[in-house]
Every structure is written in C-alpha cells, then in structure tokens.
Ligand binder design. Structure first.
Ligand code: BGC
Length: 273
C-alpha cells in the first residue's frame, strides 16, 4: 500500500520511519540516486555493490514551470527526506555533457546551458553527478537487470513523457543517443508520436499506441540492427498488455528493474566518478 503525504509527496511503502541520518562517509556503498523526470522526481538510497534499493523510494512532483531553481528545490527535498550527506547521482531528462544540460524537450527551456551539477549541488550541499536519465537506466539494466551478460548491440528505450534511449555494444555505452528525437513522418520528433506522453495527449488507447510504438521500433531496427531491445520507463509496467503487438527481428524484453532503473543507474554513475 502506498502512503501519501498530504501534499502529494509519496512514499512507496507504508512503513514510514524516522530516517536515521545517512552519512556516506560511514556507508561508502550507500549512495542516493535521484531520477529527475518531467512529471516526478524520485529518489532512493542504493547499495551500489548489488544495485538494490536500501528501503523506500520518495517521490516529489516535478514543479511547473520546471525551471532550474524550482527543480533544485524539489531535488533538495529528496536529499533532506533521507537526511543524506554524500555524493548524489542524478539521471536527468536531457542531453548532459560535463554536468551541463544541452537540451530541454520536456523541461523548462532555461535549462539549456545550465550546469545541473552546480545548481543541484548548491541546493543540497552535496557533490552531485548528473547524467542522462535513459543512459542511467540503461546502465543499471546492463549491470543488474535483463541486460546482464548481453554482449551484442543492446538498445534500451525508456517510455514515459518522452522517449529516452541508451545504446550499448559489447557492454560499452555510447552516451546521449537521443533516439526519441529521430525525425518522424509528421516532421516532429518520434516521441511526439510514440511516447506515453503522446498517448495521453492524443487520448488514444494503449492498443493504438502500441501499433505506433511498433512502427518506431521497426524504424530503429532499420537504422541500427540491434540484437535486443530493452523497454523501460513507466510504460514498461504494462508490457504484458501490448507485447503481442510488437514485431522486430531483435528480441524485445521489459526492463527488470522497471521504474527503479533510473535511480539505481544514477547512484552507480555517482559511485564511479
Ligand atoms: C529527452 C531525453 C530523455 C528522454 C526521457 C527526451 O525528451 O530529450 O534526453 O532521455 O526524454 O526522459
């Protein structure tokens, strides 16, 4: 059962306890991972040795407008909730180069050119390491999830407000692939046609959406010939409902870590900096 805070802050278990201060100096393997999304900012402390969440997840709705200042306030709430001091890993929904956001498809455009590591670092008082959210999720799946031991060309697609991508060959990642932004036949980004955001905006059924998503996968297959597609993000929870509509030569499997992959991958990213 979920426990809801009055103002929509959300814990994923109902066993709310007083959080003991977590000082990363004493628990080197316990790192706070935060997944920043267009609709919610979610965090949990992760044991980076085994990729498991240590306790509950905490979610804060993404402020609107999602300016750097407003987002940093919500981000800091998560660190405060866990009473956490130490390095923080962050998955962020944009192209990220050296901590700087270089795009803003589903967040406030003032993010472009903003150093996310500095802004989040200032608000939390902790060193923050920022990477693309889909890259973080992909890293977690390759290490602890269904991608483990997969040595061919693996393409992870995260399906949410946008479409995120992470590309691996022989376990090595090519960062910031942004395959949700391949130009589609409507002249816009593919994510405007085949993301969950598009499904909600256009009010189409999941069945109709799945046919669109299949077209998208076939297009990616023509370009990259992957051996395996891993589907993550919120929509991956419903995989059983639409898997029979997806047809590619590559295998297609849902992410094992589901929506926690972004949090886990973010923590691992910080641990390795
Ligand atoms: C962004 C990507 C992000 C994806 C999923 C896209 O709109 O451009 O950077 O990974 O959404 O959040």
């Amino acid at each position: 059962m979920l426990y809801y805070h009055p103002d929509n802050r959300q814990l994923t278990t109902d066993n709310q306890q007083q959080n003991e201060p977590i000082n990363n100096q004493q628990h080197m393997n316990a790192i706070l991972g935060i997944d920043v999304g267009a609709s919610g900012i979610k965090g949990a402390v992760v044991d980076v040795q085994n990729g498991k969440l240590q306790g509950e997840r905490f979610r804060v709705p993404t402020p609107h407008p999602s300016t750097p200042e407003a987002m940093a306030g919500a981000f800091a709430e998560i660190a405060e909730f866990f009473n956490y001091k130490g390095p923080i890993g962050c998955g962020f929904p944009a192209i990220v180069k050296n901590g700087v956001a270089m795009s803003a498809a589903n967040i406030d455009p003032t993010w472009i050119g903003t150093n996310a590591e500095e802004v989040f670092g200032k608000h939390t008082g902790c060193p923050v390491f920022v990477t693309n959210d889909a890259d973080a999720a992909g890293m977690a799946e390759m290490r602890y999830g269904v991608g483990k031991g997969e040595n061919g060309l693996v393409m992870m697609i995260t399906i949410g407000t946008g479409l995120g991508s992470a590309l691996f060959y022989k376990g090595m990642m090519i960062p910031n692939t942004e395959l949700g932004h391949v130009q589609w036949k409507n002249g816009k980004s593919a994510e405007s046609y085949a993301s969950s955001g598009a499904r909600e905006r256009l009010k189409i059924s999941r069945k109709e959406w799945a046919d669109r998503f299949n077209e998208y996968l076939i297009h990616l297959e023509r370009l990259f010939s992957p051996d395996l597609f891993i589907l993550g993000g919120g929509e991956s929870k419903f995989f059983e409902q639409y898997k029979s509509q997806l047809h590619t030569n590559a295998r297609i499997i849902p992410a094992k870590l589901l929506n926690n992959a972004g949090i886990i991958g973010a923590a691992v990213y910080a641990a390795e900096q």
